[in-house]
Design a protein around this ligand. Structure first.
Ligand code: GLU
Length: 448
């Protein structure tokens, strides 16, 4: 079956899973030159095998709220592919979580993880539980209840979860505690743990910093400097605030962050002091809008950052947060670089539009791979039972991000996708990630 026939089959079979179909199509369309050069892939039905997860666990979570009422949520773990190593990928707690969303995230994770060059397969999980408005005690009870179910399906050499939207250090620690309690094992079964009891230094910063390291490589390739560039960032979570922090440290002018209620615009630019304030505010789940009373700037209720003029955007909130109209506005405003901090933040139409206008575009699976890369470094620190320093991890992260950039750029060139100096990072990254997994599957024969 050719790639286009496989897409048609997926579209028909999974019409009810639009995010998953969107993610599959993006990869399928761009790997064609690689697929054509490797007839063994089609002979062994590699693409058809890769779009079907190895297995999906779907479970119920009962927990008790502060009023003593029983609450019921759904949970999932998608073990997508373990050709390169243990299933690896985060857990998302958000009301928008469905099987489709977790399948799209798990599918992306296979190639992202392959791009890091580290021995990790792809997986994802989570729940439709909404942490918003929940008390500390409710969060803790939910995390315990979630792990009580999930622990049956994971282990340190088989499937290693981590955080994602709605799951940060606090939640990871609660889940780790429950895993240890149930299994009496102290292993690196989940990453993003607290530093001092298994966590790696720099895991918190890694996704945001890594995205900016990727951006730096893009800028160097174009003989440009990050200093003085205007940057729009969306989101105000872990990825956004650390991407902002690194941009600022390198001399860029970050002027927005946002959340589901609106956008915070500070035309004078954020400073480290302002970012520290924002981190503390978010940690206490307090409104971003209060910033304006202290530091000035403007609060744009219910608006996204994209109409504001800038050179670079780093969408770091969630999937499909930049649509075609936003993309048109960005192009009109002269934005030159789009670096995805989140997973699939641009719709397919938005991607087409910016690529058509030669906006340099770093897809999430390349640009935000720094988080999972440091998770893999946490796994190896746990295995050898030794910790690396902040500087050691940072150095490894810089090398990994440069490597992802360079291999994607090389593949774009090798397969004829670089045109007039415009590097197709999307095609390049998809082909590099796909090839690493596909070659392992070919070597294994028809198992996996
Ligand atoms: N959730 C993150 C991602 O999307 C990190 C996953 C991990 O560290 O395993 O890549």
């Amino acid at each position: 079956m050719s790639i286009s026939q496989a897409i048609e089959k997926i579209e028909a079979q999974y019409a009810h899973q639009p995010e998953f179909v969107q993610a599959v199509k993006e990869v399928a369309i761009t790997i064609k030159p690689l697929y054509d050069a490797h007839p063994e892939y089609e002979a062994l039905k590699i693409f058809e095998r890769l779009v079907e997860p190895d297995r999906i666990f779907n479970f119920r979570i009962n927990w008790e709220n502060d009023q003593g009422e029983v609450q019921v949520n759904r949970g999932w773990r998608v073990q997508f592919n373990n050709a390169l190593g243990p299933y690896k990928g985060g857990l998302r707690f958000h009301p928008t979580v469905t099987q489709s969303v977790l399948k799209f995230l798990g599918f992306e994770q296979i190639f992202k993880n392959a791009l890091t060059g580290l021995p990790i397969g792809g997986g994802k999980g989570g729940s439709d539980f909404d942490p918003k408005g929940k008390s500390e005690n409710e969060i803790r009870r939910f995390c315990y209840a979630f792990m009580r179910e999930l622990h049956h399906f994971i282990s340190k050499d088989m499937d290693v979860p981590a955080g994602d939207i709605g799951v940060g250090g606090r939640e990871v620690n609660y889940m780790f505690a429950m895993y240890k309690n149930l299994t009496r094992e102290s292993t690196g079964v989940i990453t993003g743990k607290g530093v001092g009891f298994g966590g790696s230094l720099m895991r918190t910063e890694a996704t945001g910093y890594g995205a900016v390291y990727f951006l730096e490589s893009m800028l160097v390739t174009q003989k440009e400097d990050i200093k003085g560039k205007k940057v729009l960032i969306s989101g105000a979570g872990n990825v956004s605030l650390h991407a902002a922090e690194k941009c600022i440290a390198l001399g860029a002018n970050v002027i927005t962050v946002s959340d589901s209620r609106g956008t915070l615009h500070d035309a004078s630019g954020f400073t480290q002091e302002k970012i520290d304030w924002l981190k503390a505010q978010k940690e206490q789940s307090k409104p971003l809008a209060e910033y304006v009373d202290i530091f000035g700037g403007e609060w744009l209720a219910k608006q996204k950052p994209w109409p504001i003029k800038a050179d670079i955007i780093i969408p770091s909130a969630t999937q499909n947060e930049v649509d075609e109209d936003d993309a048109k506005q960005l192009v009109e405003n002269g934005v030159k670089y789009v670096v995805e901090g989140a997973n699939m933040p641009l719709t397919a139409e938005a991607i087409n539009h910016i690529r058509l206008h030669q906006v340099h575009y770093a897809p999430g699976k390349a640009a935000n791979a720094g988080g999972v890369a440091v998770s893999a470094l946490e796994m190896s620190q746990n295995s050898v039972r030794q910790y690396d320093t902040f500087e050691q991890v940072d150095e490894r992260l810089k090398c990994i991000m440069k490597d992802i950039h360079d291999s994607a750029a090389e593949a774009s060139e090798q397969y004829g996708q670089t045109k007039n100096g415009y590097i197709d990072y999307m095609a390049g990254a998809n082909m590099v990630g796909f090839k690493r997994v596909a070659d392992a599957l070919v070597a294994y024969g028809i198992l996996n």
